[in-house]
Ligand binder design. Structure first.
Ligand code: S3P
Length: 428
């Protein structure tokens, strides 16, 4: 499917976005492993979270259409009869690797072409060090776990901050004898730590002890995904006269790095506290066009809190005065696509002045953009970042592979088109 984006004459309105993808995966998995029933409200509607739900169903967990999970307890999973299909979702695969290894049910985790290319040794090696028996294809999926291997705790030092790897090890640590600790160079999103503590696991920061049982809350509210809200906020910053408020967004500081960087670039963004959900602060966020955006340097330690927003930041930086440098972002090369290459190619085609580096980007701005045909590279966040750029490009921008937005943000293009008075349409 193609999305056709024209220069927007304005943007105005209020929106909500699908539930946070990271919290949704965890809510489903933790509720499945807990005793009793948990109703999850505001679950992400994206395909990635549907992949997690269908894998859990194959493991014997009942999940109703209204988001009610019937927990089976830490020892109640059933061995799957067929490989578990994680689709495009790295979070599903890595978190469930921890569950299959820890619970001892065994099974195979597989995924689509993109997921089969992504590195899994970073999660399998430490699980093996805990005692898991896992076979891979050169460190990649499919991943085969032998059943019935009891694990023991380890103290693992992550060379690169990764919430997915950290979470896999902490999940395995629920069953492992003794204590499992994970240390990372800078703090990645901490939803697993916060939520496992709320579910009654014996966990302090990133150290977990073998746990007898988890208790689910009767209801769990998932706040809106800041990584999805970012595209609407970014669009309002670029479109002349633009203004948008996104309500009920997760405001966990490990997720709001983009807002912090945009603040120092001079963007007009306000955050209004709106209580709490899933143990996280919730905010309403308003972005307004106006003023001058200044280039900035994003340092490696800042990357974890905005890792999924780097392609969008690159699009925004094409309109900032000076050279924006994004450093220490080599991890983007092993996401759903090689995001450094994909966003550099797309923005260059639109007329941006952008240099791709081994582990980052240098963007010189401001540059006028002009419409062109660009590719999503099968990556939801590349498709949405290029759509935002297309809103200020002259002529028409065609985004090939627009359907990939369904991974995290179904309905993105119609929502954006509604806020931008019809500057967006879908074809095919
Ligand atoms: C996620 C962690 C991040 C992020 C991904 C979701 C999570 O990946 O890019 O979209 O939910 O734990 P890494 O753990 O590989 O950094």
């Amino acid at each position: 499917m193609d999305a056709i984006v024209r220069a927007a004459a304005g943007m105005e309105g209020e929106a909500t976005v699908p539930g946070d993808k990271s919290i949704s995966h965890r809510a489903l998995i933790f509720a499945a492993l807990a005793q009793g029933r948990c109703r999850i409200e505001g679950l992400s509607t994206g395909a990635d979270v549907r992949s997690t739900a269908s894998c859990l169903r194959q493991l014997g967990v009942r999940i109703d259409a209204d988001g009610t999970v019937h927990g089976v307890g830490l020892h109640g999973l059933r061995a799957p009869e067929a490989p578990l299909d994680c689709g495009n979702s790295g979070t599903t695969m890595r978190l469930l690797a921890g569950v299959l290894a820890g619970s001892g049910v065994g099974g195979t985790l597989d995924g689509d072409e993109s997921l089969r290319r992504r590195p899994m040794a970073r999660v399998i090696d430490p699980l093996r060090a805990m005692g898991a028996a896992c076979e891979t294809t050169d460190g990649r999926a499919p991943l085969h776990f032998a059943p019935g291997r009891p694990l023991h705790g380890v103290d693992h030092v992550l060379p690169i901050a990764s919430a997915q790897v950290k979470s896999a090890l902490l999940l395995a640590g629920l069953w492992a004898k003794g204590t499992t600790s994970v240390r990372e160079p800078s703090l990645s999103r901490d939803h697993t730590e916060r939520m496992l503590a709320a579910f009654g696991a014996s966990i302090t920061k990133t150290t977990i002890h073998r746990t007898d049982s988890l208790r689910a809350p009767a209801t769990l509210h998932v706040p809106g995904d800041p990584s999805s809200a970012a595209f609407l906020l970014g669009a309002a910053l670029l479109v002349p006269g633009g203004s948008v408020t996104v309500r009920h967004v997760d405001g966990n500081p490990t997720r709001t790095g983009l807002l912090d960087v945009l603040d120092r670039m001079g963007a007009r963004i306000t955050r209004t506290p709106r209580g709490e959900a899933a143990g996280d602060p919730v905010i309403d966020c308003t972005a307004r066009h106006g003023g001058t955006l200044h280039a900035t340097v994003v340092e490696p330690h800042e990357i974890p809190a905005l890792v999924d927003e780097v392609p969008l930041l690159a699009a925004l930086a094409t309109q900032a005065h000076g050279t924006t440098e994004i450093r220490g972002a080599g991890e983007l090369r092993v996401k759903e696509s090689d995001r450094l290459a994909a966003i550099a190619a797309g923005l260059t085609a639109l007329g941006a002045d952008i240099e791709e580096q081994e582990d980052g980007l240098r963007i010189h701005g401001p540059t006028p953009l002009r419409g062109a045909t660009v590719d999503s590279h099968g990556d939801h966040r590349i498709a949405m970042s290029l759509a935002v750029a297309g809103l200020i490009a002259s002529g028409e921008t065609t985004i090939r592979g627009a359907e990939w937005v369904d991974i995290s943000f179904p309905g993105f293009f119609s929502l954006l088109g509604g806020l931008c008075r019809g500057a967006v349409r879908l074809r095919g």
